[in-house]
Design a binder for this molecule. Sequence first.
Ligand SMILES: [Zn+2]
Length: 500
Amino acid sequence: MPVRLTMNPRIAVGGIEHETCGFAAAPCSTSLEEFERYMLRGEALLRLGAANTIMDGFVKGVRRLGGEVVPLVWVKGISGGPASRATFDAITSELLDRLRQAMPVDGVLLSLHGSFAAAGIDDADGAVLAAVRELVGPDCPVMAVHDLHCNLTREMARSADVLVVERTYPHTDMAERAFHAADLMARTIVGEIRPRMAFRSLPLLWSAGKMITAESPMLDAVDKLHELDQQPGVLTASIGVGYQWIDSPVVGASTVVVTDGDAAFAEQCADELGQWAWDRRADWQSEPLTPQSAIARGEAAAAFPILLAEQGDNTGGGAPGDATQMLRLFVEQRLTPSAVLYMVDPETVTQAVDAGVGAEIDVHVGGKSQAEVGPPVPMKVRIRALSDGRFTYDGPMWAGVEGDLGPAAWLEQEDVHVVVISRRQQPVDLAFCRSLGLDCSRMRYLAVKSTGHFRSGFAPIAGSIFNVDTKSLLSHDFRQLPYTRLGRKMFPLQDDASID
Ligand SMILES: [Zn+2]
């Protein structure tokens, strides 16, 4: 039962969200300009719509509980290379300056991705939390909500009273987890609870294909967390599955348990949860699958559309989004009707815009960012539709959030369809294709440059879903990643990795 605050405490709300890719990201560094594209300052934070985001959950949560929202700043960079030191300093200084001006506050709620790194700073989220703690002092509660793909650290746990991690993939519980954190904040401020947190880092690389909440084994992990929720004295429990595409000592899965006033019990629960995940370490690993094998399986089951998730070129995970193996397969094998969503190729978009809807043009699609993505695919396409790339996600993930893919075009060659866009972003739901007039459900083969979030809107229309390994940059075979700085033995890289 949520507590109702009666003394109208002032709760500062803000966030810095970036999933930093250290391997072959495009662009190589995430610029201040890119961060500023998704930035809300001060009062603008209060004008969020009914969107399923962490910030929206904070704002609504604090208000519903009777507190006053003190808006700081929220900034988000699309997953990509590390921020420069100057960019990191600029965005953190703004957050801290606004917090300093707002003080005194009764609590601080932050949305931090949990795998943010900047040049020379492996644990940028930890640095932000430490700076906030130093500013507000030891007695002001500081709580943060993180993406499921977080590399949580001891520094983060030391600087915060409560860390809450999303539990779903696709991330459909953002607002809900934020509301949960706001509730814990309210109960802490009125003295109803005294959070005591314990953190465990696990030397475990967790395959993205085994993080999907709708399926076992991830479903079992979520059930385990629900079980812990029911334990008397436990306030919140989380598993961070980690983000693996960066060469850093912070990489790895983790467990966090917060109890009411009992530090030893928190330690015991975090240990037990860590042991539970570790005992199942082999269950969290996926075998590589080629597109041809996936298509054969889908055909055998006659389960159409066959949805092929190009996880190695997942634009939302830091990949360039212009790898061409899948599109080439559709074109050369005449696998139709088929579609590729979305190919990041501003050059081809410009050609399409210049020619206009209905025109037929020769293009070389994708394959422009770097050699590893494969060469462009020569096509003679008809331009079916053009767009400025603006639309509204219809969820469940990001429901109500304004999307902006930059200028975009729907191209077709003999029932092979490709949507080319200008800004890196993964397909999450059907809203953008619908805005173009493209009916994804009539496709026999559908390739998406996404690992899990596409399920938000695409799972209901899919006959079968396969995460496939194509030639690109974000290998899901962890042994292929050029790690040099992990600093410890990790499973499955080393079988003798240990949690002791
Ligand atoms: Zn994530």
